[in-house]
Design a binder for this molecule. Sequence first.
Ligand code: SAM
Length: 255
Amino acid sequence: MHDDVRRNQATWNAASADYQRRNAARLPTDDPTWGVWGIPERELQVLGDVSGKDVLELGCGGAQWSIALARRGARLTGLDLSEAQLAFAREQVKAAGVEVRLVHASADDTGLPSSSFDLVFADHGAPGFVDPARWVPEAARLLRPGGLLAFNAATPWLHACWDPERKAMGDRLVASYFGMRRFEDATDGAEPSMVEFMLGYGDWLRLFLANGLRVVDLLELRAPEDAWTTYTTYAPPEWARRWPAEQIWKVEKAG
Ligand SMILES: C[S@@+](CC[C@H](N)C(=O)[O-])C[C@H]1O[C@@H](n2cnc3c(N)ncnc32)[C@H](O)[C@@H]1O
């Protein structure tokens, strides 16, 4: 396991109980919502009809999304690196009375068979915490031809405007855009030992193309007017009304 992955694993194990308590209201298991502003899937329609599909959630945390999709008739695998998050997920799955296979692995080295999923997705799951040069090829390997990879994560805007000195989001560019890749202590003062990853738009595009993935859409999420969030150290709602703080890439494996 790479040092960054190991470091994030320790941080997520330590943060899990507090994370689940703080975010409980934003993690429904029936009507799933995207991101820190809780925008419903029923509005965004990112995943479409999942019934009968083999679906993998990368960085499932407490498996709330996985449970919601299992309830819609999909065959779910929830994968996470953190033992503490998976222990919470196991309880949630049992309480929900649905079938979700839980896998303990890192998103860049899953050990799962090639071409075994119709949909690989994440909502602020593993993609922000693993080097994209490592997890994107693994996701592409796991998808069947024609399968969809959809993931919500932070944006280059967010990382460029994060001021590590003040540990706050500003309205000025601070970090360099060119060469953007690995951040320590970025965008979340609450979890200081986290390592995060983000690429510029051209770098994302070339990485997808190099792995046989065609871009279907890029949804830049705007905070709703009445936005509220349990992520107090993320961008404030008024910031995210002006600039995109989250983005959902939808890319498809060549059929
Ligand atoms: C911000 S949480 C999001 C979890 C879930 N999607 C949710 O909305 O609550 C990020 C999750 O990614 C997991 N994670 C971080 N790095 C990972 C990796 N390399 N492989 C798999 N999971 C990882 C963490 O353990 C954590 O559960």
